[in-house]
Design a protein around this ligand. Structure first.
Ligand SMILES: [Zn+2]
Length: 671
């Protein structure tokens, strides 16, 4: 997901800093916007099964796109879903039926399953999601009418025995018994290792007006996290687990998702006027029900989720892409009509991003990539990733800045870290968002010449927190975003700055190649860094990943003393440099003398501080530590400089630092 307006916000905030000379770097209220929610009661209607001999449909905007079958499974395919779903009640609700099969990937017999019922996050303001988010996510604000929910109406064995009475909602994270987003099902018979269980389920979803990634806006619907979805059963050794078991969490205000790979076959029934975009590919052209509806049929394998969007207004644009690591992908744009004039920019961003990621990290093995541009009122559904399908943001004017491309580039980056590496976003969200933000910057720089101002971004890390911790442990959405997106990215750049771009490229590629489709952990990534670089990285990860360190260096004092040496008047200049955060040496020190002489020293920064003394025939003018901000984890640049003379050292720091910040600001104007 994209934390909207982070960059622009930085600019605004920086301006405030410069104007007010106050360091209020919080992300403030700029992510909020007001939404009015209308509640439409759900109605029941059973979708028709797909007729086999229906009359020919009207020419679809998206022709079926059956790819060549993949020679072998890329993932373990632990789950298999066959879903029929109907959009109904004026596109305000869904009725679905699914058969889900789960194959025990472990070595122990399993006697319970866990299902995520994510729409229940929007049931009322007592859900864990609503309590934690206080009804706000990014710019969206829920109102009392923003209700959504999922009702299970049937849960049967394949023999027809109802298991519904066995279902219990559980709240392993917070004990909030008003939360209905996670359910435990004790099976009537345990599942042996390697064996499968299939269940038949019926469910109804009341869609909220677009909020927190899903819902309706006018006749547009974004349907994500919409079916009862199995949790991930982690095997021993996976993500450092010593014993196998379910990884179960509720839906939280800050957390995105984690699920297992498998097969999805999904039939989606919508009014004939609608076009449907979905994960995977269409197996054939939409089929008419003969009653005013069309059924779209999608299939996807080696993915861990299925999302779709539908609208009668989509402008459809398609192009193909092939090249290194891209066997032949249909790029499908589903644009809100207001964005038709920008279609080439969206398409260019999608093609450039996929081309770069495939070159850098590895093959994109899917045959489609869909980009949905929601209408203006539905940006709560924008900037989000699903397997083979992403949502961009609606442009706010006719001449949007690079944020248009950046969002597309970011979400497509997720195809690698969320989609294929498939990190656990409940517990280690940085492995997805931080990696995606890092990769996004690389594409924006190489494709669009937009150079990130990392020093400026680092200066906003006022409340660093460990990167490996539950997403709901961050104390706000901004706190989550600052850490798992920005600080995580800086931690990656910090590695790159030490090992070089080529070695970093090798690290990222090796990590992706080794762990695609395997749900890697922070420890797995650390091991790859150590194997590729043949160095120990324990200290670095311990400080910056597992703990909340930044790496601030400061000039503490500058003193100039006139002395006499061999009968000549000289000056003894001394500079005290201090390490205030974690170890990330060496750092350069520049001592600039009044006669123009400049001395550069390199401090290994092993100790907590160092004093440099230089005797020279001219007095010291100023000293600076890491004046070019190569240490991207230095979050306090204000103390990197000091003039030698002025008595009011604080004022001096400001003057110099503001000059540097203005340089930074000028750099950001090109974003
Ligand atoms: Zn993201």
């Amino acid at each position: 997901m994209t934390p909207r307006h982070v960059k622009r916000l930085l600019l605004f905030t920086l301006t405030a800093v410069l104007l007010g000379l106050s360091i209020q770097q919080g992300f403030g209220h700029a992510w909020q916007s007001q939404y009015t929610y209308a509640f439409a009661p759900a109605a029941k209607a059973v979708p028709q099964s797909v007729p086999t001999s229906a009359k020919p449909p009207a020419p679809p905007p998206a022709a079926p796109d059956v790819p060549e079958a993949k020679p072998q499974a890329l993932s373990k395919r632990v789950v298999e879903y066959h879903i029929n779903v109907a959009l109904q009640n004026d596109a305000r609700s869904l009725y679905g039926e699914q058969t889900v099969t789960w194959t025990n990937p472990g070595k122990k017999t399993v006697s319970e399953l866990y299902f995520h019922l994510y729409p229940n996050a929007f049931l009322n303001d007592k859900s864990t999601f609503m309590k934690e988010s206080k009804g706000k996510l990014r710019e969206d604000k829920a109102t009392s009418a923003s209700q959504g929910y999922m009702k299970l109406s049937a849960l049967d064995t394949m023999e027809g025995e109802s298991l519904l009475p066995r279902l219990h909602y559980v709240q392993p994270d917070d004990g909030n018994t008003d939360d209905f987003t996670l359910a435990k099902l004790k099976l009537p018979a345990p599942v042996a290792p390697g064996k499968s269980v299939s269940l038949s389920m019926s469910f109804e979803v009341k869609l909220p007006e677009v909020f927190a990634r899903m819902g309706y806006s006018g006749s547009f619907v974004m349907v994500g996290q919409w079916f009862p979805k199995l949790a991930v059963y982690e095997t021993a050794g996976m993500r450092g687990r010593t014993s196998e078991g379910w990884n179960i969490h509720q839906y939280h205000g800050n957390s995105e998702f984690y699920s297992d790979f498998g097969i999805y076959s999904v039939n989606i029934q919508v009014p004939e006027s609608y076009t449907v975009a979905g994960t995977g590919f269409q197996t054939k052209a939409p089929v008419s029900t003969g009653k005013g509806d069309h059924v779209y049929q999608f299939y996807a394998d080696d993915v861990h989720d299925f999302a779709w969007a539908a609208s009668p207004d989509f402008v459809y644009v398609e192009d193909t892409l092939s090249g290194t690591g891209i066997p032949g992908v249909r790029i499908k744009l589903y644009l809100d009509p207001a964005h038709e004039a920008l279609k080439d920019r969206y398409m260019h961003a999608a093609k450039s991003a996929l081309t770069k990621y495939a070159q850098w990290y590895g093959d994109y093995p899917y045959s489609t990539l869909s980009v949905i541009v929601p209408p203006k009122g539905a940006n709560g559904a924008g900037g989000m990733e699903y397997p083979t399908l992403v949502t961009a943001f609606a442009a706010e004017n006719d001449n949007p800045g690079y944020s248009l491309e950046r969002t597309v580039v970011h979400e497509i980056g997720h195809q690698y870290w969320y989609g294929m590496a498939a990190s656990n976003e409940f517990e280690e969200a940085w492995l997805d968002e931080g990696f995606t933000s890092y990769a996004e910057d690389k594409v924006m720089e190489s494709e669009y010449g937009v150079i990130p101002n990392l020093a400026l971004e680092a200066s906003y890390m006022t409340d660093p927190a460990p990167l490996k911790q539950p997403s709901w442990a961050y104390n706000s959405h901004n706190h989550y975003a600052e850490n798992v997106y920005m600080r995580a990215k800086l931690v990656l750049v910090g590695i790159e700055n030490q090992i070089g771009t080529r070695m970093m490229q090798k690290v990222m590629r090796t990590y992706f190649q080794k762990y695609k489709f395997k749900h890697p952990s922070s420890g797995d990534f650390q091991r790859v860094v150590e194997q590729v670089t043949k160095q120990k990285w324990h200290d670095y990860f311990n400080q910056f990943v597992y703990h909340d360190q930044m790496a601030d260096f400061s000039i503490e004092t500058v003193q100039v003393r006139p002395i006499e040496q061999d009968g000549k008047p000289m000056y003894e200049s001394s500079v005290l440099v201090k390490k205030n955060g974690g170890n990330i040496g060496p750092v350069p020190l520049v001592m600039q003398f009044k006669d123009g002489t400049s001395i550069t020293k390199e401090w290994d920064a092993q100790d907590s501080h160092i004093q440099y003394k230089v005797v020279h025939d001219s007095p010291l003018a100023w000293a600076a530590v890491d004046s070019e901000y190569r240490n991207v984890l230095d979050n306090k640049h204000i103390n990197n400089f000091m003039l030698a003379e002025l008595p009011e050292t604080k004022q001096t720091r400001w003057n110099l630092s503001i000059a540097k910040l203005i340089e930074g600001l000028l750099g950001t104007l090109s974003w």
